[in-house]
Design a protein. Structure first.
Length: 524
């Protein structure tokens, strides 16, 4: 029997506020949710990423059924001849003969284009609804961006703070008299180590999740990563617990140590709620409100002085990530796709080294970061930017391969957030569309922000020879290769000046040793 509409709920749209469900008529419409093997193999996804999506989808579907929502749920083992999302959807379209297909804006350009193409071929009307989960719509972002060739998150962030009245005083000025406490939020752990850190919320797998973990091991045995430590939130209720745990116990030092790294400390003071936000188990409004209230809820006297400013710096740093950066990269993604996926400012084309999937390298920073990623499906933002991202840029790894890796290995990865961070922030592949410089650093940065170098086979202050840190060698080689461009940029001119101070024979030795490293990245 034909239905008025088929409402497609994608795997990262698990909110009852999903616009595709907003005007649902149970008597006339059907809801579709589809587990598709092709979505796990489009990039070679980490087992924990696959498990998180499937478990969260199944829990959400259980809630829909309990509320009497007419639901067609296609499980991953159903219809083995049709592994792709679009093909499985077409079978449901054939079954229900809907007058239209309704979907909230996908988070992946590829998925949107596939839906548009399939509906166009069938002359089936497709209604794509704006995603109200975000505080800035794609249309509003496009208006804000205008025709600017360069976009800056800080400008956008201040605009968003004003638009939504977040951490603002009655006189229209920012709380604390500053828009940005970034300089207060770059601390390394003491030399003695991070000390006790309250653990983040982790969740024992229930029956649904245990079934999914078994399924993933059976269906995707050769995929990277482990499920042994799986404890991610898979329901809204769990996500709220994770948020509360962060706000109550971990937010206090998030700002100060958000860039710090330490072996055996995979989570630091970070929130670990990005996966819940990106699956839409949490709403960014409630996340921002909870963080702001953590500061406003302090007695007035406690909001003043050094302790109060420290607390404000932590809250502002966190709010900037959610209200600022998260909304900004989503806007840039939809503004610049599909060209962003092909961006390659430096023309880099080297394949990923084999150890990129295992962490089996003598470089302690990469061994720890990638090893952690394979165990947990997680690394915090500075590990992603300044360890794996920095090395990928310095080594000239192909941006498409690097982006596919990031999308595959992190449980919180959805393309709208992953690709801009990789192509724009980590690799400078889009040539500074929304960043003022390439984020490159030598082993000295890693030594300053972590304890990795103390247990490494390489020395961060040595540029050439068997003891030289590859990060350091390749950093100086990168400066040598791109000296003119770096000298012309005020943000990187000092790097070029430091390079110019080196004797010609030193620069030649750096080029030679760097070339030897690049010829055998697998051997590092």
């Amino acid at each position: 029997m034909a239905v008025a509409s088929l409402r497609l709920v994608l795997g990262d749209q698990l909110s009852r506020a999903n616009p595709a469900l907003s005007d649902l008529d149970p008597a006339a419409d059907r809801v579709a949710m589809i587990e598709a093997p092709g979505e796990a193999t489009h990039v070679r996804s980490h087992k924990a990423r696959i498990a998180l999506f499937l478990s969260a989808m199944r829990h959400f579907a259980e809630g829909l059924r309990a509320d009497g929502v007419p639901l067609d749920y296609v499980a991953i083992d159903d219809d083995p001849e049709r592994p792709e999302l679009g093909a499985r959807l077409e079978r449901l379209i054939d079954l229900h003969e809907p007058a239209e297909l309704v979907v909230c804006e996908p988070g992946d350009w590829r998925v949107l284009v596939d839906l548009q193409d399939r509906c166009a071929r069938r002359a089936l009307p497709l209604r794509v609804l704006p995603d109200t989960h975000f505080l800035c719509s794609t249309e509003a972002f496009a208006r804000w961006a205008g025709r600017s060739r360069s976009l800056r998150m800080e400008t956008f962030y201040r605009w968003m703070r004003k638009q939504h009245g977040v951490l603002m005083r009655d006189d229209g000025e920012p709380e604390g008299g500053r828009w940005n406490f970034d300089e207060d939020n770059r601390g390394a752990y003491p030399k003695s180590g991070p000390g006790p850190i309250p653990a983040p919320a982790r969740f024992e797998p229930d029956a649904i999740t245990r079934d999914v973990l078994e399924l993933v091991e059976r269906r995707f045995p050769d995929h990277p990563g482990s499920l042994a430590a799986f404890g991610w939130p898979v329901t809204r209720e769990q996500a709220l617990v994770a948020l509360a745990r962060f706000i109550d116990a971990r937010l206090v030092n998030f700002g100060r140590y958000q860039d710090a790294m330490w072996t055996g400390t995979p989570f630091g003071w970070h929130a670990l709620i990005a996966s819940s936000l990106n699956l839409k188990l949490l709403d960014p409004r409630e996340v921002v409100a909870a963080a702001e209230q953590a500061w406003r809820g302090r007695p007035a006297a406690a909001r003043e002085g050094e302790a109060g400013e420290s607390a404000l710096a932590a809250v502002e740093g966190f709010v900037r990530q959610v209200l600022g950066w998260r909304e900004f990269v989503r806007g840039v993604y939809w503004l610049d796709m599909p060209g962003m996926a092909d961006a390659n400012h430096y023309g880099h084309d080297r394949p990923l080294p084999a150890w990129w999937w295992s962490g089996d390298t003598r470089m302690a920073c990469l061994r720890d970061t990638i090893g952690q990623t394979m165990r947990e499906g997680y690394a915090h933002h500075i590990q992603r930017l300044m360890i794996t991202g920095n090395f990928a840029l310095l080594a000239g790894l192909a941006p498409r391969e690097v982006a596919a890796w990031y999308l595959a290995v992190y449980v919180d990865a959805v393309e709208w957030v992953e690709l801009p961070n990789v192509a724009g922030m980590a690799l400078y592949a889009n040539g500074g569309r929304f960043t003022t410089k390439p984020y490159v650093a030598s082993g000295a940065y890693v030594k300053r922000m972590s304890n990795y170098c103390g247990g490494c086979a390489y020395a961060p202050d040595v540029r050439t020879g068997p003891r030289a840190c590859p990060m350091t060698t390749l950093y100086w080689r990168f400066l040598d290769t791109h000296e003119a461009e770096l000298a012309a940029n005020p943000r990187t001119a000092l790097m070029a000046k430091n390079l110019a101070r080196l004797p010609a024979e030193t620069r030649a030795a750096i080029r030679d040793w760097g070339d030897r490293l690049l010829a055998d990245l697998d051997g590092i």
